[in-house]
Write a protein that binds this ligand. Structure first.
Ligand code: FDA
Length: 497
């Protein structure tokens, strides 16, 4: 409530925020988490908490009146549909040169993501987080993160036989025939549950196209892992539909935090002010960067350094589809949870997930989300005229990603005698180069903060999310975000509290 005082306030309930809350609470600190999205703990009139990718409804998008699917065309026709404006689960946030997809709600990105839980190869870690001791990460914090998130891998024998991964087996065959290493990708999905879905003994979830707008069973989001444990300490309170708009030094020490309470139409219904001894920015790469850039530019946090807003990257995301021959059907039943990828990172700078197209019909398409070593980095800046934060990414900056993805798919197409699909992102458009699922950076570790996430110039303020990571993790990012948060919060608890 307004006027309250809290020892630790955490902005956001994604990976970084959930790790911070759990570990602070275990250390005896009372924590208040502020989350702009909904709680996602109550079923709608259809009995389900989350809606399905095939029928996006009011629950699907964050304050939009039309859906904005990442794959926005099929057979050349636009597939987006009108929806009621609502504080839905997936935010397709538009900047001038890129749309950044993010989860909104208690659990952050863990509510909407594919659950692919990948630890980078150790030889690549030095390029991901150059100032961090790799031995500590691989001996202590990556194992801790994997355990905390509930990561496991698909049973290879089941993979070989189940109808729902035919699309991935086609992906494997094509990768291997072109000489590329094909690797299984661990996930937080409960694989035993998925086996039962395939056997028809439980309610279908991954096998019913549930992913992008939430997953009603099977996937362990942060609500089932870190947040459940944090709540069980009795020291963690969470306020959904509350958005932090300002943090500034308080007269008597600590920080004054201004919070808007919003309704499901996105309107502010109340504004609250609390003081906090410590504030943890865990609003995600975009959320934290937007807040810090604004607070520095408007003088609320004048001592932040000039690294604020810099070093932002898209993890090199680019999508494409390939058209298979009629003898290579990818299956009408496709698990929405990807489980494998093609690794050409060392030779070509690309790691491609073999992704599902869970349309429910045979498409003869292979679909891929590539993570590439794109070197371009963008910067957030305050636009005083609009009162908003801009990002200077340009669509043409995806060209290196396209070139790197082509090191895989040009070769496969040539070997298989196949072509790219041109009907998935518009008419005659091969590359999904307008978006990212993996925003990273904006408050980079050891630059905007010290080597543990303490913000320069304002003691008691910390960054503990994907904005610490300078633009690329070489694989899907959330395990690295979680492991880095585990490392940093351990140090902060040991030395600052
Ligand atoms: P995260 O974005 O998770 O959480 C930030 C939270 O802060 C959000 O809940 C937000 O609503 C809230 N917030 C923001 N501003 C606020 C404010 N001012 N006040 C209050 N709250 C505020 N990664 C991966 O490793 N494997 C995968 O398979 C995938 N797949 C995938 C699919 C899709 C569709 C998306 C969108 C993303 C992925 N990702 C992924 C990416 C992954 O989800 C992402 O990297 C992490 O969620 C980022 O974690 P953070 O803790 O940085 O922030």
């Amino acid at each position: 409530s307004s006027g309250a005082h809290v020892p630790a306030l955490v902005i956001g309930t994604g990976y970084g925020g959930s790790v911070a809350a759990l570990r602070l609470a275990q250390a005896g600190v009372d924590v208040h988490m502020i989350e702009m999205g909904m709680a996602w703990d109550t079923p709608g009139s259809d009995g389900k908490i989350f809606c399905n990718t095939r029928e996006p409804d009011y629950r699907s998008y964050w304050l939009r009146t039309k859906s904005k699917a990442p794959l926005n065309y099929f057979l050349g026709f636009p597939i987006d549909r009108n929806i009621p404006r609502y504080t839905g689960i997936l935010d397709a946030e538009d900047f001038s040169g890129i749309t950044v997809y993010q989860g909104r709600g208690v659990g952050g990105g863990s509510l909407v993501n594919g659950g692919m839980a990948v630890t980078p190869k150790r030889e690549n870690f030095g390029a991901v987080l150059p100032s961090v001791n790799a031995a500590e990460m691989y001996d202590i914090y990556y194992p801790r993160a994997n355990a905390g998130l509930g990561v496991s891998s698909i049973d290879p024998a089941w993979f070989d036989s189940t109808a729902c991964y035919q699309y991935a087996r086609v992906g494997r065959k094509h990768a291997q025939r072109s000489g590329f290493p094909f690797v299984f990708v661990p996930d937080v999905y409960d694989w035993d549950y998925m086996k039962q879905e395939a056997a028809g003994t439980v309610t279908k979830s991954a096998l019913a196209g549930e992913i992008l707008y939430g997953n009603n069973h099977g996937k362990k989001s942060l609500q089932q892992t870190y947040i459940a444990r944090a709540k069980a300490t009795g020291r963690v309170a969470i306020s959904p539909l509350h958005k932090v708009t300002s943090v500034a030094p308080a007269a008597g020490g600590g920080y004054t935090v201004v919070i808007d309470q919003i309704n499901t139409n996105g309107d502010t219904t109340a504004t609250k002010t609390v003081t906090a001894d410590r504030v943890f920015f865990a609003a995600g790469s975009v959320g934290t960067s937007k807040l810090l850039v604004k607070l520095k530019a408007t003088g609320a946090l004048p001592n932040l350094n000039d690294e604020i807003g810099k070093g932002w990257g898209d993890n090199g995301n680019v999508m494409c589809g390939r058209a298979n021959h009629m003898w290579d059907p990818t299956g009408s039943l496709q698990s929405a949870i990807p489980c494998a990828g093609i690794d050409n990172w060392a030779a070509g700078g690309a790691f491609a997930e073999v992704a599902p197209l869970p349309t429910g019909i045979e498409t003869y398409a292979s679909f891929y989300l590539s993570i590439t070593k794109n070197p371009n980095r963008a910067q957030f800046s305050w636009n005083a005229a609009t009162g908003k934060v801009d990002l200077n990414w340009q669509t043409s900056w995806k060209q290196p990603s396209i070139d790197m993805a082509k090191t895989i798919f040009d070769k496969i197409n040539s070997k298989e005698g196949t072509i790219y699909r041109t009907d998935l992102f518009g008419t005659y458009k091969i590359w999904g180069d307008h978006l990212t699922y993996h925003p990273l950076g904006g408050a980079v570790l050891n630059k905007a903060t010290d080597n543990y996430g303490r913000l320069a110039g304002h003691p008691g303020l910390y960054v503990i999310d994907g904005s610490l990571i300078p633009g690329n993790t070489s694989v899907n990012p959330f395990v690295t975000i979680t492991a880095l948060a585990e490392r940093n919060i351990e140090k902060i608890i040991a030395t600052d509290l």
